[in-house]
Design a protein around this ligand. Structure first.
Ligand SMILES: Nc1ncnc2c1ncn2[C@@H]1O[C@H](COP(=O)(O)OP(=O)(O)OP(=O)(O)O)[C@@H](O)[C@H]1O
Ligand SMILES: [Mg+2]
Length: 248
């Protein structure tokens, strides 16, 4: 497919004799919300690390916006518009919520766009405020990040990831460890984010995945074993066998 925003061809990564990602062909359209599901150890996080340039593939190729990005370092891939949030929370606990986002926004504001330092500072603060509002944390702006609940920390992390204004957002288990209420709030948030960008989501919570995804790719032992709409995936016998009643 030539109109894909992201495309991988036979993408593979081995660790010794283990094939963590095994000849994955993936094609994600612009504006799509794609979920990647699969049992523990299926290769989901490794696939993200390959796409984001954190880890080099042992075989295969990756294209983003028609440009080959295989083997490019992470900071270059990030500048091209791919941002990844981590499975594990990654915020500065001893900074306030606002400071965490401000530092991130500052890193993505180009100084030559502004006449003065003061103008730049105002722009960065405006951007930080907008990001906090996007993730629903404006009222917590002055708290130390350490004092946020787990769910709020994950939302802060999302705001930090969004500071780069990515074209493609890779979310690795954004609701991991969250209460049902926090999970619902995060689902709404992801839906909102999906309106303006392309998202690839790794998630174990099937109800959420079924509700939110345009298409779903199923990984098992590093390989794609199914791909389709939520309805198609739900009805897929091979997927049902792989999950053995894990559908809740
Ligand atoms: N740096 C590494 N060195 C050795 N093996 C690794 C490394 N990273 C991942 N693996 C192995 O590759 C396989 C895929 O791991 P990965 O973390 O991608 O799975 P996952 O689908 O994200 O699982 P989970 O749902 O538990 O997060 C696993 O068997 C894992 O142990
Ligand atoms: Mg993982």
């Amino acid at each position: 497919m030539n109109d894909a925003l992201l495309r991988t061809e036979q993408l593979s990564r081995s660790y010794g004799s283990l094939l963590a990602v095994d000849r994955v062909d993936l094609s994600v359209r612009e504006g799509e919300l794609r979920s990647i599901i699969g049992p523990n150890g299926a290769g989901k996080t490794t696939l993200f690390r390959l796409i984001s340039g954190e880890v080099a593939p042992t075989a295969g190729r990756i294209w983003f916006r028609g440009r080959e990005v295989t083997g490019l370092p992470q900071h270059v891939v990030s500048r091209l518009g791919i941002a990844k949030s981590y499975q594990i929370t990654n915020v500065f606990p001893h900074l306030t919520v606002r400071e965490n986002v401000r530092v991130a926004a500052q890193g993505h504001t180009r100084s030559f766009d502004f006449w003065s330092r003061a103008d730049r500072l105002v722009a960065v603060l405006d951007r930080a405020r907008a990001l906090l509002s996007t993730v629903g944390l404006e009222r917590k702006a002055d708290l130390l990040a350490a004092h946020l609940s787990h769910g709020e920390k994950r939302h802060l992390e999302l705001a930090i990831t969004l500071a780069a204004d990515p074209v493609l957002l890779l979310l690795d288990e954004p609701t991991g460890g969250m209460s049902p209420e926090e999970t619902d709030a995060t689902m709404l948030l992801i839906r909102g984010l999906a309106a303006g960008r392309t998202i690839v989501l790794v998630e174990h919570k099937m109800k959420l995945v079924m509700k939110i995804s345009d298409r779903i790719t199923v990984l098992h032992q590093g390989q794609v074993i199914a791909e389709g709409t939520p309805e198609e995936i739900r009805a897929n016998v091979r997927v049902q066998q792989t999950y053995l009643g894990a559908w809740r």
